[in-house]
Design a protein around this ligand. Structure first.
Ligand SMILES: [Cu+2]
Length: 478
C-alpha cells in the first residue's frame, strides 16, 4: 500500500520531523512507516581544523569536524540525513556499502544532480543489513578534502560477546588548506614514462587533467595524528571489538598489534568464520571488524605500515588500565607473519543457494594505467566514455578483473554485495563484500545477483584512479 508523505510523517515514530523538507522519497508501505526514523543534519562546509599535531588548515567538513559525525543506528531503522551545502561547489553523499535505493546512492551524473551551494537534499533509506560502513562525498576530490565519516548499523538484537567496542577511522591527510587538492608534492605512478623524477609538484599538467596522488604528511585515526591518536583503553580479561574503516583516498594499511593476535570476524560488515591473523591489510573502501582478548597487560601499539611506499606509520596506543609503563611496545612486521588473504575467508552463514547458480552475464575488466598517461582505465576506457555493464534484474553477473598495472586497485560496486569467487570453496561459502583489492598482475573474480535496479557506479576506490577514469556504470535493462 502506498501512502502519502503526510501520512508517513504523521505515522513515523521518533526522530525529528522537520516540516518543509524537499525531495522526501515517497512510497513507504505502512509497515515501513512504523519504523523509527533517525534524523541527522549535516552541513558541508570548509572549516579550520587541527589534527592534534601539525598545523591548522582548512578542510572540507561535515558539521565542522573531521571525520564527520558517526552515524550509529539499529538495523531496520530509517536513516534520514538532511544535507545542506555551504561549500563553494556541488556535493553529494554516498552510503558506501549500504544497498540503498538507487536515487539515494549519491553519485553525481549517475543517480542525482549535485547538491549545489546553498541547496538542501534529504537522503533517506532503511539501515540494512547490520555492519560497519562509511559515508562520503562522491564529487571530485572532496573525499580527500575531508568529507567522509563512519556509519555503523548495529544488529537489532545484540550479537557477539565483546565487552568493549571502538570505531577506528584510518585517514590519509595533506595538512594544508584544501587537503588533497592543495598545492603539494605528488607521487608519480610506478614505472611511469616520467620515472626518474620520482616526485612532481602540482597536477600533471594544467587545464583539467587528473591530479596525481599526493604525498601525505599526516596519517590520522579518528581525526588525530601521531602522538595525539587516542589510546584504546582496555581492562585485563576483556574481549575488545574494533570496527576498522578505511576511507583514505590512496592508502592501503597493513595493521599489526603488538602482544596480541587479531581475530577477523567481519569483512565489509558481513560476518565471516573467525580468522586469526598477525597482519590485517585494509584497502581504501574496505571495513574489517576484528576482536582481541586483552590477556597480556601492558602498553602496546596497534601500528600500520603503508603498503605503498612504506612511509607514514600510524600508531594506536593500547593501554591496560592500571598499568604504568612509559614506552608502548610496537609490533614487528617481520617475514613469516600470518597474513590473512581473501582466500582464508569463508562466509559465516551460507550465501545464496546450495546448487551451483548459472552466470547469465560475464564481464572481463582489464585494469590498466600509470605507464604512459595520466589516465587509469578499464578495458582501455576512461570514464565517462566507458562501457556500460548491462544486466537484467535476477541475473547472476560475473566480473573478472585482470590488473595489468603496477598498482593495487580496490574495486567497489555500488548498491550490491558481491561474492568473491574462491574455487577452493563451495559457492555458498564464498564471502560477501563490496570492495575487493585486485593486486598488480593478479586476477580476481566476483559475482553478484542483480537485485537492486538502477544505474550503479563501479570503480577503483583509489580516488586518484577513479578521477583519472577507472570507473564505469552497471545499468539494468528493462
Ligand atoms: Cu586503482
Amino acid at each position: 500500500m502506498k501512502i502519502s508523505r503526510r501520512t508517513f510523517l504523521k505515522t513515523a515514530v521518533g526522530g525529528v520531523l522537520a516540516a518543509g523538507i524537499p525531495q522526501l522519497p515517497l512510497g513507504y508501505t505502512s509497515s515501513q512507516s512504523k519504523r523509527l526514523v533517525r534524523e541527522f543534519r549535516f552541513s558541508a562546509s570548509p572549516a579550520r581544523v587541527n589534527l592534534g599535531a601539525g598545523p591548522d588548515f582548512v578542510a572540507w567538513t561535515y558539521n565542522g569536524q573531521v571525520p564527520g559525525p558517526e552515524i550509529r543506528v539499529k538495523e531496520g531503522e530509517i536513516i534520514r540525513v538532511v544535507l545542506k551545502n555551504f561549500l563553494p561547489e556541488g556535493t553529494t553523499i554516498h552510503w558506501h556499502g549500504v544497498p540503498v535505493p538507487n536515487a539515494m546512492d549519491g553519485v553525481p551524473g549517475v543517480t542525482q544532480k549535485p547538491v549545489m551551494p546553498g541547496e538542501t537534499f534529504v537522503y533517506e533509506f532503511e539501515a540494512r543489513p547490520a555492519g560497519s560502513y562509511m559515508y562520503h562525498s562522491h564529487v571530485h576530490y572532496q573525499l580527500d578534502q575531508g568529507l567522509y565519516g563512519p556509519l555503523i548499523i548495529e544488529p537489532s538484537h545484540p550479537q557477539g560477546n565483546h565487552d568493549r567496542e571502538y570505531t577506528l577511522v584510518l585517514e590519509d591527510w595533506v595538512m594544508k588548506d584544501g587537503g588533497g587538492v592543495a598545492d603539494t608534492t605528488r607521487r608519480l605512478p610506478p614505472m611511469s614514462m616520467m620515472g626518474g623524477m620520482g616526485r612532481v609538484r602540482g597536477g600533471l599538467e594544467p587545464g583539467g587533467s587528473p591530479l596525481l596522488e599526493p604525498v601525505y604528511d599526516g596519517y590520522a585515526v579518528n581525526g588525530r595524528v601521531g602522538p595525539e591518536i587516542k589510546p584504546l583503553e582496555v581492562k585485563k580479561g576483556e574481549r575488545v571489538k574494533l570496527r576498522i574503516i578505511n576511507p583514505s583516498s590512496a592508502t592501503i594499511y597493513d595493521l599489526r598489534m603488538a602482544g596480541h593476535t587479531l581475530t577477523i570476524t567481519h569483512a565489509d560488515g558481513r560476518p565471516i568464520k573467525p580468522v586469526k591473523t598477525d597482519v590485517l591489510r585494509i584497502g581504501m573502501g574496505e571495513r574489517y571488524d576484528v576482536e582481541f582478548v586483552a590477556d597480556n597487560p601492558g602498553k602496546w601499539l596497534l601500528a600500520a605500515a603503508d603498503t605503498g611506499l612504506g612511509e607514514g606509520m600510524l600508531r594506536i596506543p593500547v593501554h591496560y588500565q592500571g598499568v604504568n609503563r612509559k614506552e608502548a611496545i610496537p609490533p614487528t612486521f617481520h617475514q613469516g607473519a600470518r597474513f590473512a588473504t581473501y582466500g582464508d575467508f569463508q562466509a559465516l552463514y551460507p550465501t545464496g543457494e546450495a546448487a551451483l547458480e548459472p552466470v547469465q552475464r560475464s564481464y572481463p575488466q582489464t585494469l590498466s594505467g600509470g605507464m604512459h598517461s595520466p589516465y587509469w582505465t578499464i578495458n582501455g576506457y576512461v570514464y565517462p566514455n566507458s562501457e556500460r555493464l548491462r544486466v537484467r534484474k535476477g541475473d547472476r553477473v560475473r566480473i573478472s578483473y585482470w590488473n595489468q598495472s603496477m598498482m593495487p586497485h580496490p574495486m567497489h560496486l555500488h548498491g550490491h554485495f558481491f561474492k568473491v569467487v574462491n574455487p577452493s570453496l563451495p559457492q555458498r561459502q564464498w564471502i560477501l563484500k563490496d570492495t575487493v583489492i585486485v593486486n598488480p598482475m593478479q586476477r580476481v573474480e566476483i559475482e553478484f545477483l542483480a537485485d537492486n535496479p538502477g544505474n550503479w557506479f563501479h570503480h577503483c576506490h583509489n580516488l586518484y584512479h577513479m578521477e583519472a577514469g577507472m570507473a564505469n556504470v552497471v545499468t539494468y535493462e528493462s
